[in-house]
Design a protein around this ligand. Structure first.
Ligand SMILES: NC(=O)c1ccc[n+]([C@@H]2O[C@H](COP(=O)([O-])OP(=O)(O)OC[C@H]3O[C@@H](n4cnc5c(N)ncnc54)[C@H](O)[C@@H]3O)[C@@H](O)[C@H]2O)c1
Length: 305
């Protein structure tokens, strides 16, 4: 297939692009490089530097595409709290503009990078796809809004829409600036022998999914059609403090903890049921936390941070 990956220069994008190329697909990346570098894009892919709101560049990138994997977006929750309009303009209006470009080019299949953020504080664990959508920050609201637009494009224009709600991806290649995610910050602090910044004393429960498992899900759902939503998680909730212990075991030493107390907006626990995707395409997470952390620590050891 010829697949357009928006945001393909970013952390998750680079892994998705690689797996698609390895499987023999042709890949075009559309990215404005606002939070990534062109050097991370696989040389086998075609890179078009452009914004999803830019109709000319989007239509150029969409020519002849069989499907779109739509990952472009701003991702920093605290920034979305400070500047909700930026998240609405870039993520929501950007996506709707891009959907119009898709319509103009008659490309009607889209796989969308959504987030467990849309669930907010879940009433039941593990979280299933039919749990209520209750975003509790503007980033999550931008994802929920895009999902609603995608549903309407399925209903009105016959788009095939597959929504993937990621839980907590981690792994090699994650170089966000600023980095707001737990695992890269814990590993970088440990390697630098500095205190680990920690909220809630690490009692929160999360579902950490290794990046290669997450990336594989995108290739696995290419054959699906209609309108479907799938959680992408390991189905195992882990306390954040246990992740730190695991990092210490792998590193062979401990560093101090910088207790940052409580943080508004953090949910106490979330982890996925991924039963639905397992039933649909046989997908399941394969890389356990210890192995994933080992690979991730090796990655950060080998780059300058
Ligand atoms: N990383 C996570 O923990 C996580 C969790 C859930 C969902 N997601 C979603 O997955 C997707 C990828 O996340 P990531 O961690 O790789 O983020 P990332 O910041 O590394 O990558 C996002 C990419 O999108 C590009 N981009 C942003 N706005 C754009 C625009 N208007 N036009 C063109 N390109 C634009 C950026 O330059 C960047 O390369 C995002 O949509 C994110 O919301 C990520």
């Amino acid at each position: 297939m010829r697949i357009l990956v928006t945001g393909g220069a970013g952390f998750i994008g680079l892994h998705v692009v690689k797996i698609l190329l390895d499987q023999g697909h042709k890949v075009v990346v559309l990215d404005n490089l606002s939070s990534s570098k062109k050097e991370t894009v696989d040389k086998r892919a075609e890179l078009i530097v452009g914004d999803i709101k830019d109709t000319v560049q989007s239509r150029k990138a969409l020519k002849g595409a069989d499907a779109v994997i739509h990952m472009a977006g701003l991702i920093i929750v605290p920034e979305s709290v400070r500047d909700p309009i930026k998240y609405c303009e870039n993520n929501v209006i950007g996506t709707v503009s891009f959907l119009e470009s898709m319509r103009a080019e008659n490309v009607k299949k889209i796989i969308f990078s959504s987030s467990a953020c849309v669930y907010g504080d879940p009433q039941k664990l593990p979280i299933k796809e039919d749990a209520p959508v209750n975003p509790d920050n503007p980033y999550g609201a931008s994802k929920a809004s895009i999902e609603a637009f995608l549903q309407s494009y399925h209903a009105v224009f016959g788009f095939d829409v597959i929504i993937l709600r990621y839980f907590n991806p981690y792994g090699p290649g994650e170089l966000h600036d600023p980095e707001t995610h737990a695992i890269p910050n814990f590993i970088k602090a440990t390697l630098a022998k500095k205190p680990i910044p920690l909220y809630w004393k690490g009692e929160q429960i999360r579902d950490f999914i290794y990046i290669e498992d997450l990336a594989r899900a995108h290739a696995d759902v290419l054959s699906l059609s209609g309108f479907e939503i799938y959680n992408i998680g390991t189905e195992k909730g882990v306390k954040v403090k246990d992740v730190i212990d695991e990092i210490f075991k792998i590193a062979g030493y401990k560093v101090a903890i910088d207790d940052l107390g409580e943080r508004a907006g953090d949910v106490p626990a979330n982890f996925a049921s991924s039963e639905k995707l397992k039933k649909a395409v046989g997908w399941g997470a394969k890389v356990g936390l210890r192995e994933g952390l080992k690979r991730t620590i090796d990655y950060y050891k080998n780059i300058r941070i």
